[in-house]
Ligand binder design. Structure first.
Ligand code: HEC
Ligand code: HEC
Length: 481
């Protein structure tokens, strides 16, 4: 049944085993969501678009919903918070979290199946003291995709054993299948797990020497893709899900500015998360990926929702002009002037080292030969290796925490602290906001250890010798960006 190569899911294991005004009047309540959405972020979207971006498909459904729900119920230790485990944003009354889609997929026997969409990683929530949560479109979420896929695969492996199957079927049969031939049903499901396992390239033995878990808000996207598309393992290099706003004003995206085609990057995202590939043929619905792409290109930066001290911010503006603007405010048309070598900026090198010229050539070849109804390959190569990191535009920078490409800096205050004095570890996973230091509070179940390769919080020491008062002013100014 599942002859296709369902890339990505296994790769995760392989690689790491209206009426509610906010504090400012422009913040309105969400159309489809009870937590507030700043509609100024999505001026061109209809309420159907908002719903589609949060719950619609990107063609990545990978497991029948009934199977998934029965696995969740049979394994409360793996899914302690049910479907909403792993940091998903949720809405009361909705039976799927934001970031999960459902669709009947042909390669899963037309069963209603579920998977992730862009919003799993690119819609976040922020909690300010005494305010309802604010939902931010395009923001790095606190979702942990590695943990999500690992739990799902482990639950499937458990259900492939007799005791686990009994428990799983107990849940499945009670809810969804009232036939009495239990051993027949068990056989069907073993077959389904087997087929999914083959399709996911599950190894006979779990891999040894797993790298540390990437935690919420990060994954090694290009590492996973390289392993499954090209069978080329790469070093561990977890990256923060990039904030996605003003994407239409960029030519080259990603932390190293390696990709110029939005549709190509999103086809890769679908392939990496569960859309199958049979030879050169991508098994996905192009129109869904295309719609997600168009919506994602139209998201604007979120505005800081609390009052800002204007006198302090205007002092901060001149500090910014002196210390930061030359790299972060680059005029349109000179985008490549945003690129800086690791030698210059001094941050963790793993991500730029991963994406070599060979990698770029592999992707360009892949796209040139990709078969997908509705897709036209670009005439020019759309992927390149730069060996450098992008100094992003800092619009909405208050909502880009934790900072740097690997998310190794919890707050702006930490980024403005000399490297040797920066915190060695911090907690990640909670969404409460630290207004004084600019970033998430030091809370959450994941401990981010900056001492391991890929996770270093070195470098970018710009502005670190400013006085405490100057740093405060700079942070106040940055809230206005
Ligand atoms: C599992 C999490 C995940 C999902 C789902 C996901 N992305 Fe991403 N996205 C990432 C990561 C990680 C990066 C950074 C990759 C890098 O540079 O190494 C990224 C980068 C991006 C960027 C580049 C932004 C910039 O400024 O450089 C865009 C645009 C983007 N994603 C859009 C999308 C869209 C649209 C979808 C849905 C079709 C999507 N993403 C689905 C994790 C995800
Ligand atoms: C010499 C160029 C340069 C200067 C000067 C500079 N930056 Fe950066 N900045 C970069 C580069 C390159 C990166 C990406 C590094 C990485 O992610 O590893 C970056 C990343 C950042 C990020 C992280 C963005 C994100 O999405 O995580 C923030 C925030 C930032 N800089 C703020 C500042 C501030 C504030 C100043 C002034 C005090 C400043 N930068 C000065 C080059 C510069």
């Amino acid at each position: 049944m599942l002859k296709a190569c369902m890339v990505g899911v296994m790769a995760v294991l392989l690689v790491s085993c209206s009426s509610q005004p906010g504090p400012r009047p422009h913040v309105e309540s969400g159309m489809a969501a009870p937590s507030r959405v700043d509609l100024g972020q999505i001026p061109g979207w209809s309420s159907d678009d908002l719903d589609f971006f949060q719950r619609g498909s990107m063609s990545g459904e990978f497991i029948p919903e009934k199977t998934f729900r029965a696995l969740v119920r049979a394994n409360p230790d793996l899914f302690p918070n049910g479907m909403a485990s792993f940091g998903f944003v949720t809405d009361p009354g909705e039976d799927l979290p934001v970031g999960m889609s459902r669709r009947e997929v042909p390669h899963l026997g037309d069963q209603v199946s579920i998977g992730l969409n862009c919003a799993a990683c690119h819609v976040g929530e922020v909690k300010f003291d005494n305010h309802p949560p604010m939902r931010v479109m395009g923001m790095t979420s606190s979702f942990d995709p590695e943990a999500f896929y690992n739990a799902t695969v482990i639950a499937m492996l458990r259900a492939s054993q007799p005791a686990g199957m009994k428990k799983y079927l107990g849940e499945y049969v009670r809810e969804y299948d009232h036939r009495t031939d239990l051993s027949g049903i068990a056989k069907e499901h073993l077959n389904l797990f087997h087929n999914i396992g083959v399709a996911l390239h599950l190894p006979a033995e779990p891999p040894k020497n797993l790298p540390p878990p990437s935690g919420p808000g990060r994954n090694t996207a290009f590492g996973l893709l390289s392993a499954v598309l090209f069978n080329e393992p790469t070093p561990y290099a977890p990256t923060k899900f990039s904030p996605v706003w003003n994407a239409d004003q960029r030519t080259w995206v990603h932390w190293d500015g390696n990709t110029s085609s939005p549709i190509n990057r999103n086809i890769l995202a679908s392939l990496g998360l569960g859309a199958p590939l049979e030879g050169r043929h991508a098994i996905m619905d192009f129109s869904l990926v295309d719609r997600q792409t168009q919506l994602s290109e139209a998201i604007r930066p979120p505005r800081y929702p609390l009052p800002v001290n204007e006198a302090s911010a205007s002092r901060g503006a001149s500090i910014y002009a002196q210390y930061c603007a030359k790299c972060h405010d680059v005029p349109a048309g000179y985008e490549d002037k945003r690129l800086h070598s690791v030698t210059e900026v001094g941050t963790d090198p793993a991500r730029v080292k991963l994406f070599t010229a060979k990698q770029a050539a592999l992707y360009n070849d892949f796209f040139a030969k990709l078969q997908l109804d509705g897709y036209t390959p670009s005439a020019e190569p759309t992927v390149r290796s730069t060996g450098k990191y992008v100094a992003s535009d800092l619009a909405g920078v208050w909502a880009r925490s934790p900072y740097l490409h690997n998310g190794s800096m919890r707050t702006m205050r930490d980024l403005l602290t000399p490297p040797a004095e920066r915190p060695k570890t911090f907690r990640r996973g909670d969404t409460e906001y630290d207004t004084a230091n600019m970033g998430y509070k030091n809370k959450g179940s994941y401990v981010f250890d900056t001492s391991t390769p890929g996770n270093f919080n070195s470098g970018h020491d710009y502005g670190t010798s400013l006085s405490q008062g100057q740093k405060k002013d700079l942070i106040e100014f940055l809230k206005t960006k």
